[in-house]
Design a protein around this ligand. Structure first.
Ligand code: MGD
Ligand code: MGD
Ligand code: SF4
Ligand code: MO
Length: 651
């Protein structure tokens, strides 16, 4: 491993998902796995094997500028000049809070750090990253109640768990190597896997218990379990007394829960709840792994799950804790490095005196102290308070909720700069597009879903004149802040080392000493967080009694859930080949048979698909892959109707 930014290395860490498997360049464009902390047996998933096989034809190879409505090739100097003019004009006319910065879970820690440094040195906290849209409820709950917005334990600790609960996720498909390296062996060694998901998926196959709550009722399931355990006095009194706060008000609020109503509202089988309560009561360690399915604007499933873990003392010990099944390669790092509107690097509040002091010393200026706008607020303010934006490795034009709305918002900007590998939908609407190097063409660090900071190295050169986001942001920083030397870096290691001086979570790490296995933050603890105390003001974890109001419109009959992610096509994507998964009883009620073509409608839209009968789908719930479901539901659920139509019918 070299630290010279230009030299090529033979091996690196897979830049395609938050697991972070080790790999090396194999024959042709194939990547071969090499043993690493996340893939001890050297395996890669299919996506990882193709990690180095980027469609070179479509790569951006030179900067593009918009002139007379059209993008045209330009030199780097010309592109930089246009960016500086656009940003300076915005600052002069409207001030720094008219700028928005969209950061970068595909990019390295150093790149994310530079992006937020640029935003803040220009005078705004309007910086966010898209991790907010995937795991916000869970990470917010962890940060507020135990300390850090991150997984509480390392994955290898799953070998110490007796019960593994996976809720609203499909790691067998989405984090396949983590699932096969840690969950599967734990289950083979006797741990009981419980899958909580209205829809059975690849993960369910390994589960002993499959609980299928009505969508968005998981909080009720966790509360029911807490109530059962409390009734049976199967709780950890010592842990509650010594290490938590607000237990009494939580226990009192559970008294208001009517178990009969909760069971019926969640539509779960009571004997399964009893069985799981029994398992938790007798387990030495319970680990919960959660994904996007328990996120939702109105649910507080993560809050209820954390209550359950605190009640039973299942946090702060090996194999007992809450894991966030993050998706994008450096989602954790983008948040750690401060691409967040109210947090400086290291999850410190923008108002925290000591953090502000450290930064002022390091940057030679005070960062702004009023929290900025988050992703959604920035998009909503485009063309109004926000007049210019810099987007690094994100494609909000399609990935954010309601793409047409988002695209229209981005169109209203005076100045849009996009750094990307390809001419994405967002890039094609930009005023300046800069060609960036991909994950395996650059050096830096990324932080995986268990807080492991690992080095990535270039195994190939970027195409033509593309530059790493690090180089681009360093250049822009120097040009936009000509009176400061705050962007004078020789190598990415200089940026990383600055990060370790500012972010307490990264303190003690050193770029040169990360080694082939990386290190988990914080370095002064082992992989289990909170063994002795929580990272809260008084060191105690907090119970929450914020119980969600919950309504189920039984008249609507069926609710639609979407799953699977962007980029995964099903069949050739043509309307008649799309599959709607439906329980046989729901189909029978509507005179629908296997393979029937159906119209699926909510109050706004109708789409067509073919029915696939499936007993692993809970009754009254149906399932479509995300990109097919898109017009009907982007997140959460939608009440829909389904009816058979003839093969020829046009919608
Ligand atoms: N191959 C591949 N892997 C990927 C990605 C990719 O694009 N391709 N993307 C990555 C990214 S960015 C992410 S965020 C992750 C996402 O990974 P996951 O969060 O695992 O995403 P899904 O596979 O959609 O699984 C979500 C599950 O939640 C369930 N669900 C929906 N509503 C509810 C509910 O109310 N309660 C419960 N309990 N469950 C519910 C759905 O049925 C579905 O099974 O995957 C990552 N991994
Ligand atoms: N319809 C639908 N929408 C979804 C989802 C879905 O399942 N269905 N899933 C949601 C989820 S979970 C997520 S996480 C998001 C993903 O949302 P986004 O992160 O916005 O989308 P991506 O397409 O993953 O990546 C954005 C861009 O980053 C670029 N990129 C990759 N690596 C680099 C790099 O090193 N540098 C630079 N500068 N650019 C780079 C890619 O070329 C791509 O154009 O989508 C969300 N939106
Ligand atoms: S599991 Fe994730 S990190 Fe590992 S090979 Fe697959 S895509 Fe890459
Ligand atoms: Mo995601």
């Amino acid at each position: 491993m070299t630290t010279n930014d230009d030299a090529l290395d033979h091996s690196t860490v897979c830049p395609l998902c938050a697991v972070g498997c080790r790999l090396e360049a194999g024959d042709g464009s194939r990547a071969d796995g090499v043993s690493g902390p996340m893939n001890p047996n050297g395996r890669l998933c299919r996506k990882g094997i193709g990690a180095l096989d980027v469609d070179a034809e479509d790569r951006l190879t030179q900067p593009l500028l918009r002139d007379e409505g059209k993008l045209r090739p330009a030199s780097w100097d010309e592109a930089y000049e246009r960016i500086v003019d656009g940003i300076e004009a915005t600052l002069d006319r409207y001030g720094p809070d008219a700028m928005g910065f969209f950061g970068a879970p595909h990019c390295t820690n150093e790149e994310n750090y530079l992006l937020q440094k640029l935003a803040r040195m220009l005078g705004t906290n309007n910086i966010d990253n898209r991790a907010r849209l995937c795991h916000e409820s869970t990470t917010r709950c962890l940060e507020a109640r135990v300390g850090w917005p991150a997984a509480t334990n390392g994955l290898a600790e799953l070998s110490d768990a007796d019960v593994i609960i996976i809720a609203g996720a499909n790691p067998a498909k989405r984090q396949p190597i983590a699932f096969n390296s840690f969950v599967r062996p734990a289950v083979n060694n006797g741990a009981t896997l419980v899958h909580i998901d209205p829809i059975g998926n690849a993960t369910t196959r390994l589960a002993e218990i499959h609980i299928t709550p009505r969508p968005e009722t998981d909080a009720l399931v966790f509360d029911l379990l807490s109530a059962r355990l409390l009734d049976g006095n199967d709780v950890d009194r010592e842990f509650i007394r010594e290490r938590t706060r607000q237990f009494e008000s939580f226990a009192a609020s559970l008294q208001n829960l009517s178990p009969t109503q909760a069971v019926s509202a969640a539509g779960v089988d009571e004997t399964q709840i009893d069985r799981l309560a029994e398992l938790i009561a007798t387990a030495d360690g319970v680990a919960a792994l959660v994904g996007t399915g328990i996120e939702g604007d109105d649910t507080n499933a993560p809050e209820a799950l954390l209550n359950l873990l605190l009640l039973t003392g299942n946090i702060g010990r090996p194999g007992a804790g809450l894991y966030v099944l993050r998706g994008l390669a450096n989602e954790q790092g983008a948040t750690d490095t401060g691409c967040v509107p109210d947090r400086l690097p290291g999850h410190q509040s923008v108002t925290a005196t000591d953090a502000r002091e450290r930064i002022t010393e390091e940057w030679g200026m005070r960062p702004p102290s009023s929290p900025g706008k988050n992703v959604r607020e920035m998009l909503a303010a485009c063309g109004k308070e926000i007049r210019a934006a810099v987007v690094v490795g994100e494609n909000p034009a399609i990935s954010k909720r309601d793409p047409d709305w988002t695209r229209n918002r981005l169109d209203t900007l005076d100045h849009l700069v996009v750094l990307d590998l390809f001419l994405s939908e967002t890039a094609s609407n930009a005023d300046v597009v800069l060609p960036a190097a991909a994950g395996f063409e650059k050096r830096g660090t990324i932080t995986n879903l268990e807080r492991r900071v690992q080095r990535v190295s270039p195994t190939t050169l970027p195409p033509s004149s593309a530059r790493s986001d690090f180089e681009i942001l360093r250049d822009l920083g120097a040009l936009l802040l000509p009176n400061s030397n705050a962007f004078e870096y020789q190598t990415v290691a200089d940026v990383f080392d600055e990060l370790t001086r500012i972010a307490p979570t990264y303190e003690g790490l050193s770029f040169a000493e990360l080694g082939p296995s990386g290190r988990q933050w914080p370095v002064d603890s082992d992989s289990t967080l909170y063994r002795d105390s929580f990272e809260t003001a008084d060191g105690r974890a907090v119970f929450s009694n914020d119980r969600s109001g919950f309504t189920f419109d039984s008249a609507s009959g069926l609710s639609l859930i979407a799953g699977g992610r962007v980029g995964e096509t099903q069949g050739d994507g043509s309307e008649t080949k799309r599959r709607l998964r439906m329980h046989p009883e729901d189909a029978q009620d509507r005179d629908i048979e296997e393979q029937d073509l159906v119209a699926i409608s909510n109050e706004k839209q109708t789409i067509k698909a073919r029915v696939e009968l499936d007993e692993n789908v809970r009754c009254t719930t149906v399932y479509l892959p995300a990109q097919v479901a898109d017009p009907l539901v982007r997140r959460g659920t939608s009440a829909i109707t389904v009816e058979s139509i003839s093969e020829q019918e046009n919608l």
